[in-house]
Write a protein of this length. Structure first.
Length: 280
């Protein structure tokens, strides 16, 4: 009976790992095809049966990314949006989260509930009023519509940071107050240093969101010189012909920073999500 039980356990483990391997292949298959195609010659891309390993291997598409595609200009535009958006999100959301989690003021719970309710409003509902507003402000074809809203907070990130701040011991704040620290000093000398995992989590979400954002630049940026990488890649697909090698190479270069960011910061990311909890 014990041997039969061990055999059943091993069989379940084998099936479990086989299922995981199948799912891994399904998720990594398109990415592997992207990498493979970026190193193929134009003739090898459409060869039947499909050729998974490039032969011959070429770097012509990567040279074309920097010679024929204004990659560096688009990269600079993207970095401007990413840096400003990340800075605005961290500043506004951390301050709002501290106010909702640690300060006592009238109707705090009611306003926090209203803040969470805004998460149920679809982006499509607010896009037209926002476009009219930015048009009246003469912000169209500038980076302001893509960056300024981040300085007014995000309901999801405020909620995430508020939940994390609420898990910090109240004794630390009381000790700081006894030493004469004000609320601003407590915020940036006590709360922020202890909240690095949650702040890193918000940073990863914000950076990836701004890096991959397509709808925002498509709506608000009209000139070619202000395009971001996501918008620039979309314009590589022509009406009659698409240079797939150039598109695959540029896409891989754009994807790699996001992958590396998550790999290097995944420990803080997982810790920040796990410790956010549901307190309060």
């Amino acid at each position: 009976m014990m041997a039969e039980g061990r055999m059943r356990t091993k069989l379940k483990s084998l099936l479990y790992h086989a299922l995981l391997a199948l799912l891994l292949a399904l998720f990594l298959g398109p990415f592997f095809w992207l990498v493979s195609t970026s190193f193929k010659t134009d003739a090898a891309m459409f060869r039947l049966p499909p050729q998974w390993i490039p032969n011959p291997l070429t770097l012509d598409h990567y040279r074309a990314v920097f010679l024929r595609f204004p990659f560096l200009r688009y990269l600079g535009n993207t970095l401007i949006v990413v840096v400003c958006t990340t800075a605005g999100t961290l500043l506004s959301c951390s301050m709002a989260a501290y106010a909702f989690s640690r300060l006592r003021w009238p109707d705090r719970t009611l306003l926090f509930g209203l803040l969470l309710a805004t998460m149920m409003i679809p982006y499509q509902v607010t896009s037209i009023p926002m476009f009219i507003l930015f048009s009246e402000l003469r912000w169209i074809d500038t980076f302001l519509p893509l960056t300024v809203p981040s300085f007014f907070g995000s309901a999801f990130f405020i909620f995430l940071l508020r939940q994390f701040f609420a898990t910090l011991p109240e004794e630390l704040l009381e000790a700081a107050r006894l030493d004469g620290a004000g609320e601003w000093q407590i915020f940036y000398r006590v709360i922020l240093p202890l909240s690095r995992p949650a702040l890193v989590t918000v940073t990863i979400f914000t950076v990836l969101g701004a890096w991959n954002d397509f709808m925002g630049p498509l709506i608000y940026l009209t000139s070619e010189s202000k395009r971001t990488l996501a918008l620039g890649l979309a314009h590589l697909r022509g009406v009659q012909e698409t240079e797939w090698g150039l598109l695959m190479a540029a896409s891989l270069i754009m994807v790699l920073p996001a992958v590396l960011l998550f790999l290097f910061a995944q420990r803080f990311f997982i810790e920040g999500i796990a410790l956010s909890g549901t307190k309060g």
